[in-house]
Design a binder for this molecule. Sequence first.
Ligand code: FAD
Ligand code: 2HG
Ligand code: ZN
Length: 480
Amino acid sequence: MDATSPKLAAPSAETIDRLVAVVGEKYAVRDAQEMENYVTEWRDRWPGRASLVLRPGSTQEVSEILKIANETQTGVVPQSGNTGAVGGQVPSPSGNEIVVSLERMNKILRVEALDNTIAVEAGCILQSVQEAAEEVDRLFPLRIGSQGSCQIGGNLGTNAGGIATLAYGNARDLALGLEVVMADGRIWNGMNRLRKNNTGYDLRDIFIGSEGTLGIITGAVLKLYPNPRDRAVALVGISAPEPALELLALAQGKTGNGVVGFEIFPHYGMEIVERHTELRNPLGSYFPWYVIVEIAGGAAPGDLMPVLTSILEEAFEADLISDAALASSEAQYQMFWSMRERMSEVQKFEGGSIKLDTSVPVSQVPELIERGLEALKEAVPDARPLPYGHIGDGNIHFNISQPEGADTDAFMARWDELTGIINNIAIDMSGSISAEHGIGQSKTYMMPKVKSPLEMELLLGLKDLFDPNGILNPGKVLPS
Ligand code: FAD
Ligand code: 2HG
Ligand code: ZN
């Protein structure tokens, strides 16, 4: 189900001129064809239209834009790297909204190594933040497949997860402070650098994960971590998700908090990575499932290879794993992780792909996978399920590729039915239908199902308080 038609009208020609004047003609896009990259997303699933795209260069300009939009009741879609997975960053097909892209606001403001903080503008690309941290021998630990193009504003807007959440938490856990422009243009300076600050309700946490519906994040103070002195990674062949969890417990037991990444994918994932990329299975043969495990820490390079080797030997002796390859060079390290990080991309080449973002308590992932596979077999016997991802966080992308040779449109038309099958199993297991991607426009209709009437009342009340005219990302997150 897609975004409901927004109630707000398109801006008049006069309003458009006023808005353009804020950023200057050079940073405004009026032409529909030139807007293409801002109104469509990477899966071509929610094609939208916009009256205008603006690319402000400062918080003050964002503030001026929102003042005008609020006064004229113009819908505004905040956009960062446009890699979001639930259509939150693209406008509705009505063409009534404007898109505000933060891409020009990409400055690293201040790196404080002793404080372990970095202050950035919201349009900074995630990878640039990682690199700026690296320059002072620190780690910014948010790691996701889209890190070369997603931006901090979008990461905070969605409360992004990724492959190091197991050790470092979601984007929310990595933010100390924010600067946010409110719907009426007022600027909240909450660029807090303190580790401890319990002065009343936490506004920062309300904006994080609000997907552009409560305010536009223009700056952030983020946490840095000491850079681990060593890391070791292995690709492991395994028979099923249960022993994978036993391997996780074993590795955590042997390293304290040293497991930073623990990801799973089934054989079908390996098959399509090999089919559509230059990457090759480094193991001697093929297995029903694969795990990538990374441990980090130690006092010097080389410390962790023997630790991971002994974990894997013990796992092998206990019959938990079938085979393992340890990365012995930086190139191999990158190659193992590429297999996992390119999983999203390669699904596209297999035809229609239905996406899920379920989570259950970690110990119940095997049950989720078993029940999901059984139910799908009944619904679409030839479909190719790809339950993969962040097993260490209990977060499985239970994606489903169309049957080979099937009609893509007919398969994709079953999106709500098939996601419903998996989501209902997750709900039955007290899980979540959106572990890390958010609600956007794709899951808005599910909100009354997964939130109690009290929760809905409080959420709608918050929206009304922060954005009384409903101009911020209309039709996203909450049903209108
Ligand atoms: P956008 O897509 O531009 O926006 C996302 C949402 O945030 C929208 O609702 C938008 O309105 C809002 N928003 C954007 N900027 C602001 C702002 N400045 N202030 C307020 N709201 C704003 N996600 C994960 O969580 N974990 C993963 O492992 C992961 N892997 C991915 C791998 C690939 C290959 C791809 C393509 C995507 C992946 N994603 C993943 C999804 C996506 O990258 C994340 O959701 C990311 O955080 C979105 O950032 P963005 O800059 O692209 O934001
Ligand atoms: C990932 O972990 C993304 O690879 C999933 O969050 C995106 O479902 C997808 O393709
Ligand atoms: Zn993910």
